[in-house]
Ligand binder design. Structure first.
Ligand code: NAD
Length: 356
């Protein structure tokens, strides 16, 4: 089995190194090939997604991705910015379904900004559509405003759109995920204001007829944001579009104590996937050796489960992560006064040790 390893920028190489260490400690042989992406890809070959990196990702059975981006690239043309690499990979690999579990480990209940009684035992799954919506809709750009009170001025504009097939396929992923959990699905939209999401709601309701064992409810995104911080445990599986999912999954991440704890999987129609932590490249802490590698290590566990069909090994990694948390080991982002404070490398080493 071949894994493409794309560490990227900022803390990317530091956290991916820990996940690689963990994968190497399993009694399985994986062929791992590294390639630059994002700012590193731009430095190496003048493009955030070099041809050789894309080819490697297309040929591999799965992709383990760190993070991309750095403020120093903010002045580049949009097409050359590091973040374009991740958008390009999602599109080229057909990764339309993003699965983001948000689980609150009991040991981290104190690290959440919410009261322990509100979040303890939290276990929700956000299913985000990943290749459509306003992030990819065309036309887009800056033009002269054609009408209204600002006619004649420059305006920025984007296009929100969803085709029926796009909504149907993410609906099936979400309903099937709900079937394996508590059989409750919340579809988040903005159907009261946006035509696109009125259409989304209609299709979700239609697909629901194929999954009578799952309870479906619909919620506006503003209410969903409020409920996520008010009573997050009322959710089981949440399905939503690309932009709403982007925002809600970061809010869900914070419920778990740190964005450094949240893994994610982006899957195609055949469960080939790209696995990455939900956070970015954290340039503010890059190179300091303090980044939390657990989201990346847990992403590697998701890779073993969904793409490489190594369920037992995925379970082992997740158990090892629980064990290091139970031992009290914490990187600074999740540390409390009584914690044993460790850096990125030490946390990776502790997970390897706990595997045994
Ligand atoms: P970010 O997620 O990188 O950081 C937000 C905050 O969380 C920072 O304070 C950071 O220090 C902290 N943080 C993030 N990951 C952490 C970890 N593993 N351990 C401890 N603390 C952690 O978001 P940002 O600051 O908005 O963006 C920084 C760069 O990352 C930007 O260039 C952005 O475009 C990019 N980005 C990339 C991806 C991706 O590669 N998929 C996703 C989001 C943002």
């Amino acid at each position: 089995m071949k894994i493409a390893i794309l560490p990227g920028d900022g803390i990317g190489p530091e956290i991916v190194a820990q996940a690689v260490k963990v994968l190497k400690a399993l009694d399985e042989h994986f062929e791992m090939e590294f390639a630059p992406v994002g700012g590193a890809g731009y430095e190496a070959s003048g493009h955030p997604l070099p041809d050789a990196t894309l080819k490697l990702a297309l040929d591999a059975d799965a992709v383990l991705f760190g993070a991309v981006g750095d403020w120093k690239y903010d002045t580049l043309d949009r097409a050359l910015r590091p973040e374009q690499a991740i958008l390009g990979l999602r599109q080229q690999l057909g990764l339309f379904a993003n699965l983001r579990p948000a689980i609150l480990y009991p040991e981290l209940a104190g690290a959440s900004t919410l009261k322990p009684e509100v979040v303890s035992g939290l276990d929700i799954l956000i299913v985000r559509e990943l290749t459509g919506d306003i992030y990819f809709g065309k036309p887009r750009g800056v033009r002269i405003c054609p009408d209204g009170p600002f006619a004649g001025q420059q305006e920025g504009f984007d296009t929100m759109r969803y085709a029926e097939g796009e909504v149907r396929r993410i609906a099936h992923v979400a309903f099937q995920a709900a079937q394996k959990r508590q059989k409750r699905l919340t579809s988040v939209d903005k159907a009261n204001v946006l035509e696109t999401f009125q259409f989304w709601k209609t299709i979700m309701t239609d697909v629901h007829k194929e999954y009578p064992d799952v309870a479906l409810d619909h919620m506006y995104v503003d209410n969903a944001a409020m409920q996520l911080v008010r009573a997050p445990k009322k959710f089981d599986v949440v399905v939503t579009g690309n932009m709403f999912g982007d925002i809600l999954s970061d809010a869900a991440a914070m419920l778990t104590g740190s964005i450094g704890m949240l893994p994610s999987a982006s899957l195609d129609a055949n469960n080939k996937g790209l696995y990455e932590p939900s956070h970015g490249s954290a340039p503010d802490i890059a190179g300091k050796g303090i980044a939390n590698p657990l989201a990346t290590i847990l992403s590697a566990a998701m890779m073993l489960r969904y793409s490489l069909k190594k369920e037992a090994q995925a379970d082992r990694i997740e158990a090892a992560v629980k064990s290091v948390l139970a031992q009290g080991l914490r990187t600074p982002d999740i540390a409390e006064a009584s914690s044993i404070k460790v850096g990125t490398d030490e946390m990776g080493d502790a997970v390897v040790k706990a595997l045994a």
